[in-house]
Design a protein around this ligand. Structure first.
Ligand code: 5AD
Ligand code: SF4
Length: 467
């Protein structure tokens, strides 16, 4: 696989920051409001923090109200049709806000707009949208906004496929305790169902020294949890010339002084290896959690998905990580109803699920994505047939999750208090394995590590008292 990386120079980013300053000066001290709405994964959340960072430099303040916003950015996800339909619904509703406020600027970005048929649809049917830009064009968001503002024309800037990498784009982080840290972007795997390689292009890694600088700043700013993000973190560094690996990176972040935890996602089973498991075992700050997407337990379907492993190899990997980290928390993603998946294929998935006994699972019904190889495969089974499998899988996993949660009762676990339930005021926390814990406590304790004795649980969460 050839790697292509286009590094955006620091001068270019400086130019963008100067444009921000120009826009700010143009507001002449008047306040302006911006709303950024995010769909999809953590990678998108992190991108939105950069968009907000730029907006802040331009002098915008953030709002949640679409009617008072002078600028609205919708950061979209293309991974399943459901998310796309929600975006179109939201965009439709924005005709009203723009009628109320004709000067309002509406921008749409993210993975969805990297697909030609979507951009065409927005061009023709959503005239209220002023700006469209792909994930790879985010670094020049200020210049794009400036063109919209000064020329009052619609701007369409989907990415070119170069696979950019940039340093120095400011962040406005949405949390004070937990931070996303993107270590790479793009994907080289071309699973046949997945749109991501077409929307985020080829894998490119940030340099270790840039990642470590960012991690050190986060720790110095008081962040207690750093999540290293990449579509496939286990191939981190393969496009760099310094021999960096993901396991080494975890060790280096672990060496930063301070009381914080390191989380990471996502690991592809074909690339997760003992070097990673050893780092998880050795690094006291590294979470004991591995998200290892299975997608299917049927060798035939795994082959059609282009996943490069079979059920046996996957199970051997699970045994291996449990050898290194005996109490590792395992979670997974499973797609139900991939084209041609039969009852027998599904039973194979159930077999793996019962064998592994995941702590938690994200389940999806296959969603056809235009332009991917799976979209061309015969898909004879109905939605209703797929739903029966889907419901059975969820039922099984709920039982296993609850059984696994029960094993915590009576135990005392160290957790990071990370927030408060808006409805009942109960504090929320995560164990080192990433399990959700709910406990009564004072809000001022959010951001600290405490010990909680677990006394109750359900499928989703553990409950306990701070000791
Ligand atoms: N349909 C359904 N689920 C999908 N995923 C990715 N592409 C699709 C698709 N076309 C799921 C995979 C992946 C997770 C992020 O989303 O399980 O791991
Ligand atoms: Fe959505 Fe996937 Fe893109 Fe994330 S990488 S924004 S989940 S399509």
């Amino acid at each position: 696989m050839s790697y292509k990386r286009t590094e955006i120079s620091p001068e270019e980013i400086k130019k963008q920051l100067n444009i921000c300053a120009d826009i700010r000066a143009g507001f002449e001290g008047q306040s302006r409001l911006a709303l950024v709405e995010t769909f999809g994964c953590q990678q998108n959340e992190e991108d939105s923090e950069k968009i907000r960072g730029y907006l802040c430099e331009m002098g915008f303040e953030m709002t949640e109200d679409e009617f008072s916003a002078d600028l609205i950015v919708i950061n979209t996800c293309a991974v399943r049709e459901h998310a796309e339909m929600r975006v179109f619904g939201n965009l439709g509703a924005l005709t009203h806000t723009k009628k109320d406020k004709p000067q309002q600027i509406i921008a749409v970005c993210g993975c969805m707009v990297q697909q030609e048929h979507i951009t065409e649809k927005i061009k023709k049917s959503f005239r209220q949208v002023d700006l469209v830009f792909g994930p790879d064009e985010l670094w020049r968001f200020p210049e794009l906004i400036k063109t919209v503002m000064s020329e009052r024309k619609r701007v369409f800037a989907p990415g070119s496929g170069d696979g950019c990498i940039s340093e120095g784009v400011p962040h406005l982080r949405s949390d004070k305790v937990k931070a996303w840290l993107s270590i790479m972007n793009g994907c080289n795997n071309f699973c046949t169902y997945c749109i991501v390689p077409y929307t985020r292009f080829r894998e490119r890694s940030r340099r270790p020294e840039d990642i470590l600088d960012e991690a050190k700043k986060l720790v110095a700013d008081g962040y207690k949890e750093i999540t290293l993000l990449g579509q496939n973190v286990n191939s981190y560094g393969r496009d760099l010339d310094c021999g960096a690996s993901f396991a080494q990176l975890i060790r280096q972040v672990n060496d930063i002084e301070g009381d914080f935890v390191i989380r990471f996602m996502t690991s592809h089973p074909k690339d997760a290896n003992e070097e990673l498991f050893a780092a998880m075992r050795d690094c006291e700050k590294c979470e004991k959690h591995l998200h290892l997407p299975l997608q299917s337990g049927s060798d035939r379907i795994l082959k059609a998905m282009n996943r490069h492993y079979n059920a046996e190899k996957y199970l051997a990997l699970v045994d291996k990580v449990r050898e290194y980290v005996p109490d590792v928390v395992l979670t997974t993603d499973i797609i139900v109803g991939f084209p041609g998946e039969t009852d027998e294929d599904f039973e194979e998935t159930m077999r793996v699920v019962e064998k592994v006994r995941y702590d938690a699972m994200f389940t999806f019904i296959y969603s056809k994505r235009v332009g991917t190889p799976a979209a061309e495969m015969p898909d004879p089974f109905t939605r209703e047939e797929k739903q029966i499998h889907f419901d059975r899988l969820i039922e099984t996993q709920n039982r296993i999750s609850e059984e696994k949660h029960r094993e915590y009762i009576g135990k005392t676990v160290r957790v990071l208090l990370d927030g408060k339930d808006r409805e009942d005021g109960i504090l929320t926390a995560r164990t080192i394995g990433g399990r959700l814990v709910r406990t009564a406590g004072d809000e001022s304790a959010i951001g600290s590590f405490v010990n909680v004795k677990i006394n109750d649980c359900n499928t989703w969460a553990l409950r306990g008292d701070i000791v």
